[in-house]
Design a protein around this ligand. Sequence first.
Ligand SMILES: *Cc1c(COP(=O)(O)O)cnc(C)c1O
Length: 378
Amino acid sequence: MNNKIWLSLAHMSGREQDFIKEAFDTNWVVPLGPNVDGFEKDLEGFVGHDRHVVALSAGTAALHLGLIQLGVGPGDEVICQSFTFAASANPIAYQHATPVYIDSEKDTWNMDPALLEEAITDRLAKTGKLPKAIIPVHLYGMPAKMDEIMAVANTYGIPVLEDAAEALGSEYKGRRCGTFGDFGVLSFNGNKMITTSGGGALVCRTPEQAQKTMFYATQARDNAPHYQHTHIGYNYRMSNICAGIGRGQMTIVDDHIAKRRANHALYASLLKEVNGISLLTNPSDQFNSNHWLTCILVDPAVAGCTREDIRLHLEKENIETRPLWKPMHMQPVFKDAPFYGNGTAAGLFDKGLCLPSGPTLTEQDINRVVVAIKSLQS
Ligand SMILES: *Cc1c(COP(=O)(O)O)cnc(C)c1O
């Protein structure tokens, strides 16, 4: 049997253990300390644009604290991209607000700016209120059409919480994802661009927002010698141990991005001649995806096989793949949420597959995946 080819595995630089050892040696085994500060500085330098980054226990926690600071509460509506992972939307429910889902456009597979505007005007007409926030996502690392989305958001004065959990290092018009919205969200979960074993960060525009984020992330303690609270708080701060892993990962983040882009380029060249299979690719040079995962669409009428045929065949070949995210408006838990769409995300879910894309893939691995796909067509 051939070796297993995984969808996306974490890869360590070797420096992680040094930072962790330092934390033990200096007894900073707590949710603050030099590694947390260092990791935040690394991330601030990486995303640029004078942003203030707060390291948290998860990307989901970052989304939650972003919504809280945008004032989202019971009875509010929050607009969210439907084609995403549930973590983008769950924090809306934590705040007892209602998600309003928006379909994707075909170029980037992300939030359709025209449907966004249609939804805003329709919600205003139906409820008399504007949605409280907008959550676009850079899915699979592909930047959303941020100029158009920000233009609509600014027209109606609605803040944007940008979910860049999958898009560390991706750029739109030369600017790093996570820096476009009022807040940006990063994730360092196990199979994201870099990992801290589990973790995330909130990218803030001002030092005051960063202070507020830390305040809410550490049980909302007021400034007093005793424990005094005037707000509900959370235990969302990243530990100094996890941040040590993050500092090690930041020493190789550029290599990881280059490698995932190289994986995508090799898949693109090898699959070019294969009928009925297309890749999610930068629609123009304004988009520069990190290609976190390489995704294909299978047109069964042309390819002679379905997405599911390919997935099951690759599974037999010991190759792990995964269907694209199932859109939120199709999820049983969100069945009552308003949705503005045209079938794009549902079509992507029906025809799409994520191929192995990790930073340790070899050329032979990618060849093996492509040969297995081609074997179904002959
Ligand atoms: C992973 C992910 C998140 C959540 O990040 P966690 O660190 O796993 O909590 C949010 N949004 C998207 C699109 C993600 O892929």
